[in-house]
Design a protein around this ligand. Structure first.
Ligand code: CA2
Length: 158
């Protein structure tokens, strides 16, 4: 039998935990295999480990996901309601095309950081438009995969 104070403290710790969802869109699973001059040479697994390591250091919990399917990303965003205190999204090419991802993000009431590894503004014109930027709390781009850690810190500080 647990002491009531132990149960109360455990519940408080659970309630106070900061949970961050990190979503990655199409083709980001190819990170580190091609175009190192644009995206660097870290794999997505390296990036996930870097985020998990940083989360441990900062005392937060991170869920790191990637999908090539727009609907899967929408499902993850929908189920994030009430579970996470912040969302980091690198929607990949869906950034520039997806009203569905924008609409799903609009249903969240927590800070959202839009993230890009490359500087999309120094690239093709079609990458300059984002369906996410104007509804995001912040945007990080062009900082390489370090941007994931910067985005985590931005959320943790809020
Ligand atoms: O810079 C970013 O993080 C992007 O979100 C990456 C997307 C691109 O469509 C966006 O405009 C900017 C593409 C991800 C593809 O990643 C690859 C990585 C290595 C090799 C091939 C693709």
């Amino acid at each position: 039998m647990y002491h009531p104070l132990f149960l109360q403290t455990s519940l408080l710790v659970i309630l106070m935990t900061t949970n961050i969802l990190i979503l990655n869109g199409p083709n980001l699973n190819l990170l580190g295999t091609r175009e190192p001059e644009v995206y660097g040479d870290n794999t997505l697994e390296d990036v996930a480990n870097m985020c998990l390591e940083h989360a441990k250091h900062k005392g937060v919990v991170v869920d790191f996901q990637q999908s090539n399917q727009e609907g899967q990303l929408v499902d993850w965003i929908q189920t994030a309601r009430g579970k996470y205190q912040g969302v980091i999204i690198n929607a990949g090419a869906y950034t520039h095309t997806s009203v569905a991802i924008r609409d799903a993000l609009l249903s969240l009431e927590v800070p959202i950081i839009e993230l890009h590894i490359s500087n999309v503004f120094a690239r093709e014109e079609f990458r300059h438009h984002s369906y996410i930027s104007d509804i995001a709390t912040g945007v990080i781009c062009g900082c390489g995969v370090k941007g994931y850690v910067l985005a985590m810190d931005a959320l943790i500080q809020q």
